[in-house]
Design a protein. Structure first.
Length: 156
């Protein structure tokens, strides 16, 4: 395997892993949270946000860094159409970091400031939960599709 293929494989693996985290949260955790009373769901989401651990951060940042390294390797050793597809896959994998920074972190920060005892905050929680989940679908699907593209470029 060439260095470009190794990086593409690593990017695909990490992209699929981070996609699994996001999509699992969207499809399993968020539906359960929104079925609970709003104050309970908000308090649970605040607790979840405070419970993010280093292994997730390693996957979160590492997947984006490997995707960027893979894209750079493709530009250095450009190989026509396969490089176009690999760069596209890498961009989709790395997009989850940009989406998180631009979309999810501001909402998580707002969720942290909400008070489960205030009715107005509970209404805001319902709006944020819908927006957050939609954005989570987008970042998860971007990483998943990117991983799929990268895998397809590695198949002979």
């Amino acid at each position: 395997m060439s260095p470009q293929e190794l990086l593409a494989a690593a990017s695909a693996l990490l992209g699929a892993a981070v996609a699994g985290v996001y999509l699992g949260f969207s499809w399993l955790v968020m539906p359960g949270l929104v079925r609970r009373p709003d104050a309970e769901a908000l308090a649970a989401m605040q607790s979840i946000n405070r419970s993010i651990r280093p292994p997730f951060f390693l996957l979160f940042v590492g997947s984006a860094l490997v995707a960027v390294a893979s894209a750079v390797a493709e530009f250095v050793a450009w190989d026509g159409a396969v490089s176009v597809w690999r760069v596209a896959g890498d961009v989709l994998v790395a997009a989850h970091l940009v989406i998180t920074a631009a979309f999810h972190i501001p909402r998580n920060t707002r969720v942290e400031a909400l008070d489960p005892a205030r009715p107005a905050d509970l209404e805001e929680w319902r709006v944020i939960a819908r927006q957050w989940t939609t954005g989570n679908h987008v970042r998860g699907l971007a990483a998943f599709v990117g991983a799929g593209i990268l895998i397809a470029t590695l198949l002979d």
